[in-house]
Design a protein around this ligand. Sequence first.
Ligand SMILES: Nc1ncnc2c1ncn2[C@@H]1O[C@H](COP(=O)(O)OP(=O)(O)O)[C@@H](O)[C@H]1O
Ligand SMILES: [Mg+2]
Length: 477
Amino acid sequence: MSAAPKSRWAEDDAETEALLEQKRREKEERKRAKAEKQRQEEEAQKLLAQKRNEEAAKGSPQGSTNGDAGRPSKRRRLSNEPEPHPDIIDEKPISLLRFPAPEWGPCRHVDNFERLNHIEEGSYGLVSRAKELATGEIVALKRLKMENSLDGFPITGLREIQTLLESRHTNIVRLREVVMGNAMDDVYLVMDFLEHDLKTLLDDMREPFLPSETKTLLLQIISATEFLHSHWIMHRDLKTSNLLMNNRGEIKLADFGMARYYGDPPPKLTQLVVTLWYRSPELLLGAEKYGPEIDMWSIGCIFGELLTKEPLFQGKNEVDQLSKIFALTGPPTTQTWPSFRSLPNAKSLRLPATAPPVADSNNIPLLPRSNFPYLTTAGLTLLSHLLSLNPAKRPDAATCLMHPYFREDPKPKAKEMFPTFPSKAGMEKRRRRETPEAPKRGEEAPRLDFANVFGGGVGEGMGTGGEAGAGFALKFG
Ligand SMILES: Nc1ncnc2c1ncn2[C@@H]1O[C@H](COP(=O)(O)OP(=O)(O)O)[C@@H](O)[C@H]1O
Ligand SMILES: [Mg+2]
């Protein structure tokens, strides 16, 4: 009889055969080790059972014949908590701490709410005032936008829900729950309803808010932002239409559709964020890495808008926007913003040789007083710092809250003393003025050529149609 045929490969390659042999040995070894472990475990189990039996026999009452043999005379201690002291007779039962566990369950249907009226007329039609049928409570229902979501639930919607849920703060709108319609892409946020948004209110007011009222509003906006930033959330779309207000002088920050978590150092992020009029110069110049300072810039714009009732920089396109900003702040210099030249869109920027603007002791240029005649020096300093071109020079939210502007006279007005206004969102239809919208997710940030604009000529190749700039006297180099 011939021996069993060897593997063709083994014949060919002695090295392979040795390897296979080693593998076999290792496998054998593992099998043995496993069997040994099992044997040891069984032995340990046997010993344990034996010990228990012995203990049970010892603990049984002497001479017991009533079949209770084996039952311990006293409750056996199951934990190693200390024995109660014999003197303590009236020992209170220890109550366990209970924590609410998040409940997972199906969303309720939107039919639990009766829609009363659209809050937004025309352009979106996404936010409505509604009544919860069971309780009669008035809420706001916001239908999530599902465009650009061919590959599932839109990331913006997820971020909006996640960041809003985490942001429990008196100055941030409360998300009550998420409800569904009949289709998978019919998702609504149920929020507390507020009578106004600041933009509509400012449009309808004949005079701007009083200085004391401006302070109360601004403090609340900054408090909400401070909360977000301390939780590593950037809002990325701060503007007056995203600031809700009730008839008790309270502000609630809303619209977290652009919000996201950030880190330190900041990750590479999309540049196309923040509605144009509130967008910071570093974003306009194409910065890919940016941080919460972009929100502080927007707050500067909102501050200016509260003072004058008009959006501060109403650019027609990115280039015009930057031009309008420089017209107020003066152009950046290597002293005031050393790194601006390294930003992608700054390469083509030609700046005029102008006298450097008046700067304060922190080398931050002060805005011209004539633009804000009713603002105190402390107020002008805070505004100038928030609108510092150099993001590193902008104060963070926590610092702003401590600013002398809020402590000097007139003091911030008590919220209860605020005037009330008729609520357009309540029932009446309203017309909105044309204002730019927040950028859409997935849009490409335009490559901008700033060289063509500041001379006043019609720019070419600009993402938004090549309109001329603000007419600020910047010249080609
Ligand atoms: N909770 C709310 N209460 C009252 N009005 C609201 C509420 N939420 C949003 N609105 C109104 O709807 C508008 C659009 O809502 P927003 O969340 O900003 O959505 P969008 O992403 O479409 O901008 C706001 O400017 C405001 O006028
Ligand atoms: Mg909005």
